[in-house]
Design a protein around this ligand. Structure first.
Ligand SMILES: Cc1cc2nc3c(=O)[nH]c(=O)nc-3n(C[C@H](O)[C@H](O)[C@H](O)COP(=O)(O)OP(=O)(O)OC[C@H]3O[C@@H](n4cnc5c(N)ncnc54)[C@H](O)[C@@H]3O)c2cc1C
Ligand code: SF4
Length: 278
């Protein structure tokens, strides 16, 4: 395997595609390469060309979760979502851009079962072990999106700038279909460069976990109020971060037998998140 370390954005984008993959902190990509869930002949280290740091409401996609959790200018929901993600070591290496693009933690997918998300015809989790899986959007793939910051950014109404376009974080994600099993709308080789995160009047992120630390969200609830409008988003409840129309939408969840408890977990989290906005 070849490692490229381009010094300009043009050189990086020219090197991406055709069997090469972008490498940032590597906390997600390296394990996926090791277990052969991602095949690549060339890694393109993008750390020198993807912006890093915070300028007003603009966040470089190469900013680490540790840097975001410590910056008082960052909206509370995003700061709390970063603080509650993974471990201090992983947060020191892991970037916000890489976090948004992390793959599902579904164990069938991680063990390379030929499931729907891998291009097959069956979701093994629906009939099998699915305690940590989805309660929304789970008809074809029942995985639960693992990113805490993605839910916070959805509630905050953030947008992304890539090397090709601008798009709302809400449009970055899509449910997998028969024709396209990808859960993001990024094109091959497209690089996330920056996030634009409007400053809300108030925001928060709450997370229910198996343990108090170093655990993926069973349910994460983000809430943000801007211009009198409140937006809610959930982590850990659907194959993609889930924009929740309001607490009543939980009545229309479609849990599997083993995930019904997540609906009961989400209700008080959402209520407490809304209360925290004041
Ligand atoms: C044990 C463990 C526990 C974790 N717990 C949590 C948790 O509780 N909550 C949570 O939210 N996350 C959790 N994570 C995920 C962690 O936060 C991510 O692995 C990390 O943020 C990924 O960032 P990275 O820079 O290391 O990405 P990389 O591993 O370098 O890349 C990840 C993916 O993003 C792509 N990529 C990276 N940067 C860009 C870019 N700028 N543009 C386009 N593509 C890009 C890469 O090609 C790759 O596909 C956990 C991870 C581990 C390993
Ligand atoms: S939940 Fe999704 S990733 Fe897991 S087995 Fe089903 S189709 Fe595959």
């Amino acid at each position: 395997m070849q490692l490229l370390q381009p010094e300009s954005l043009d050189a990086a984008t020219a090197a991406l595609g055709n069997g090469s993959v972008a490498l940032a902190g590597g906390t997600e990509l390296v394990p996926l390469l090791r277990s052969r869930l991602v095949e690549a002949d060339t890694l393109v280290d993008v750390r020198a060309v993807v912006p890093r740091g915070v300028q007003g409401t603009t966040i470089g996609a190469g900013t680490t979760l540790a840097e975001l959790e410590a910056d008082p200018e960052i909206p509370v929901a995003l700061r709390e979502a970063c603080t509650l993600a993974s471990s201090p070591q992983l947060r020191s290496m892991g970037t916000i851009g890489g976090n948004l693009l992390q793959a599902t933690r579904c164990w069938y997918w991680r063990l390379n079962y030929p499931c729907f998300l891998h291009g097959g015809s069956t979701c093994h989790a629906r009939e099998g072990a699915h305690r940590e899986h989805a309660i929304f959007g789970n008809e074809r793939c029942a995985s639960a999106h693992p990113s805490d910051p993605a839910a916070a950014l959805l509630a905050l109404g953030a947008t992304l700038r890539t090397d090709r376009r601008e798009l709302p974080v809400a449009d970055l994600y899509r449910l997998p279909t028969d024709d396209d099993r990808d859960v993001t709308a990024l094109e091959p080789g497209e690089l996330i460069l920056e996030l634009e995160v409007p400053q809300p009047e108030a925001s928060t992120y709450l997370k229910a976990m198996e343990r108090n630390r170093f655990s993926f969200a069973l349910v994460g609830a983000a809430a943000a109020r801007s211009g009198g409008e409140t937006r809610l988003a959930l982590a850990g409840v659907a194959p993609i971060p889930w924009l929740l129309g309001g607490p009543d939408e939980l009545d229309r969840a479609t849990p599997l037998p083993g995930t019904a408890y997540k609906v009961d977990l989400a209700r008080p989290l959402v209520r407490r998140a809304l209360e925290a906005l004041g």
